[in-house]
Design a protein around this ligand. Structure first.
Ligand SMILES: [Zn+2]
Length: 198
């Protein structure tokens, strides 16, 4: 692991030819821990088998892309609403660097003379995509937020429960299997309100 460079880190992980699918191994091994870490912070894809044949023995490699975690006190899929002063921008930026450095942005993207405010909320519980929402509630992914919209996030209100909203991107929200596992992971963070005694 080469360490964080700016907001991302691009290590190359080797895996033995007997486990070509992924850097896997028995549970609890260094391989397994590395894989869990990679999948929590980013993604990994295989490199062509011949990538390093000229420089040494043939080993299968995977390249990993990760984004630096922004907060360490809680999982980033538990959405929060930062209250920093808004930074004025020409156009909103939705990168990891923007989430860390200017999590609240204002730009003149609304009706003439009206500013829009966008806030970094957290990450998708399934794919760790960065999620943002606008104060005016227009979080349609066809609008200014695009794929970064937090508008598909899971709200405990929908199940009559209380707790934090759980980040979900619109791609995962439109994938039946991912939506199902997202709910399974979200519900343990939620509570049923105390039953009323009438
Ligand atoms: Zn997602």
């Amino acid at each position: 692991m080469s360490g964080w460079r700016g907001n991302c880190c691009v290590p190359v992980a080797g895996s033995s030819p007997s486990s070509p699918a992924a850097p896997s191994g028995p549970s609890g091994t260094k391989h397994e821990q590395a894989r869990t870490f990679l999948e929590h912070h980013g993604s990994h894809t295989p490199l062509p088998a011949e990538t390093f044949t000229e420089s040494g023995p043939t080993i299968r490699c995977r390249i990993a892309r990760l984004t630096k975690p922004l907060r360490t006190d809680q999982p980033e899929y538990l959405l929060t609403t930062p209250q920093h002063p808004a930074v004025r921008v020409e156009r909103p930026l939705f990168t990891g660097a923007a989430a860390a450095g200017r999590p609240v942005q204002a730009w003149s993207g609304g009706w003439v003379g009206r500013d829009r405010i966008v806030r970094y909320r957290g990450r998708c519980i399934e794919c760790r995509w960065l999620l943002w929402s606008c104060d005016d509630g227009d979080n349609d992914p066809r609008g200014a937020l695009g794929e970064f919209s937090a508008g598909y996030s899971l709200d405990p209100d929908e199940l009559g429960m209380t707790g934090p909203q759980i980040g979900l991107c619109h791609r995962c929200g439109n994938d039946g299997e991912r939506l199902r596992t997202a709910y399974q992971r979200a519900v343990p963070h939620w509570k049923r309100p105390a039953e009323r005694t009438a």
